[in-house]
Design a protein around this ligand. Structure first.
Ligand SMILES: [Zn+2]
Length: 62
């Protein structure tokens, strides 16, 4: 049995209560190490903190 079969056939028959929202939890969160500003999602290249103005090298992935 392949994982894909499991996902499509077996999980497909599981109750609707299955936590499908888990996908959202995978979103990256970046935190500015200078001011604490947080950015959700993939940090764009050349991103500048809107609060304190430092570049993306000051953002730490959570
Ligand atoms: Zn900042």
């Amino acid at each position: 049995m392949t994982y894909r079969y499991y996902q499509e056939v077996i999980k497909g028959k599981s109750p609707k209560k299955a936590p499908t929202y888990i996908e959202e939890e995978k979103k990256s969160v970046w935190v500015c190490d200078v001011c604490g500003y947080t950015y959700e999602g993939d940090l764009p290249e050349g991103f500048i903190c809107p609060i304190c103005g430092v570049d993306e090298t000051h953002f730490q992935k959570q």
